[in-house]
Write a protein that binds this ligand. Structure first.
Ligand SMILES: Cc1ncc(COP(=O)(O)O)c(C=O)c1O
Length: 360
């Protein structure tokens, strides 16, 4: 069987060039005589791999020197606990904009570790939009504001983020990191699980403003204290070595491609192809409000659960994989991360048009 176009929300498609490079180096990495998987995380080869990965990520995102870059484990989900444990430490409360499952999961942890104010929410329409920032009354006493930058399940993204705020901004960028140009200094903490735009599951990127470190109280379990990982260059314990190596290859691939700016243009072109197909269709209807449409996760349905099921099944037979929507929204979801080639989106659009003509 040949490779399919994989629209999975994560773990997700990886660039073919990266997979090929990794397979060339799988058995023996350069002159090391071993695979990266077999290599000590204390070896000079691995030190070069992690240093290069950090350098490339800093270059790609324009991360200034006053931010730490960490390669952690526990997924984006562990950050829902680590961030409050370390930083919700002054007034023990934070503000959160509720835009779906991933902020719901964050709230569940906040509740255990302090308190939070749900300052806005889009739950009234199954999270089909992002609440207007200008209408939100943020709490100056909050230790920080938490947002989910791109909502993987619903296909929505922020077009404007909280600014002129007096407290730090924390953003979950699991499904949008490296997909579009952002200004890192607009945020105080950015975190992202790797398995969408960065590499295989297993490593979580945390970008953290240095000045926040002063807030960390003593007494946090060692592995949950960011200082442990800062002081040890993400090598306090055995990190997810192979995932970091793969992330490094993805960063080099993105640099060779022209960086985040070039990637964003391609991502917008891909998203435009799909959204215009949906907008011009009498059968398919998009879930997200136009203004807040994600360029990474495109959610749509036919309005009939049976027809949606038929669509997903026939698409799979046509080499278009993992198009089923999340159970909380239903319908379909096409995740078109950085590594999804535009040919995959063209093939999907062609299939959608054909499906529509056969199912009027
Ligand atoms: C926006 C967002 N946040 C958090 C998570 C959870 O990530 P993990 O599985 O790495 O804990 C996901 C997973 O899909 C996600 O899409």
């Amino acid at each position: 069987m040949s490779r399919v176009y994989n629209f999975s929300a994560g773990p997700a498609v990886l660039p073919e060039e990266v997979l090929k490079k990794a397979s060339e180096e799988l058995f023996e990495y350069r002159d090391s005589g071993m695979s990266v998987m077999e290599m000590s995380h204390r070896s000079s080869h691995f030190q070069d791999i992690i240093d290069r990965a950090e350098e490339d990520l800093r270059f790609l995102m324009g991360i200034p020197d006053n931010y730490h870059v960490l390669f952690l484990q526990g997924g984006a989900s562990l950050q829902f606990s680590m961030i409050p444990m370390n930083f919700m430490t002054i007034n023990r409360t934070c503000d959160i904009i509720h835009t779906g499952t991933w902020t719901d999961k964050a709230m569940k942890e906040l509740e255990k570790l302090g308190s939070f104010r749900k300052v806005a929410s889009s739950e009234d329409t199954v999270f089909s939009y992002i609440p207007e920032i200008s209408g939100i009354d943020f709490n100056d006493d909050a230790d920080y504001i938490h947002i989910c930058h791109n909502n993987t399940i619903y296909g929505t993204k922020y077009v404007e983020i909280p600014s002129n705020i007096k407290v730090p901004l924390v953003a979950d960028m699991s499904s949008s990191i490296l997909s579009e140009k952002i200004k890192v200094t607009d945020y105080d903490i950015i975190f992202a699980g790797a398995q969408k735009n960065i590499g295989p599951a297993g490593v979580t990127i945390v970008i953290l403003k240095n000045s926040l470190v002063d807030r960390i109280p003593d007494g946090i379990p060692t592995m949950l204290d960011y200082r442990t990982h800062i002081e040890n260059g993400s090598l306090f314990n055995t990190p997810s070595t192979y995932s970091i190596y793969m992330a490094g290859l993805v960063f080099q691939w993105l640099r060779d491609l022209g960086g985040v700016e070039a990637m964003e243009k391609l991502n917008r072109d891909k998203a435009e192809l799909l959204y215009s197909c949906i907008d011009n269709s009498a059968l398919f209807k998009g879930h997200a409000v136009k203004k807040y449409r994600s360029i990474m996760n495109v959610t749509f349905s036919t309005g009939s659960a049976d027809l949606d099921k038929k669509f997903v099944s026939e698409a799979t037979q046509n080499g278009l994989s993992s198009l089923n929507g999340h159970k909380s929204v239903g319908g379909m979801r096409a995740s078109i991360y950085n590594a999804m080639p535009i040919e995959g989106v063209r093939k999907l659009v062609k299939f959608m048009n054909e499906f529509e003509s056969h199912n009027k």
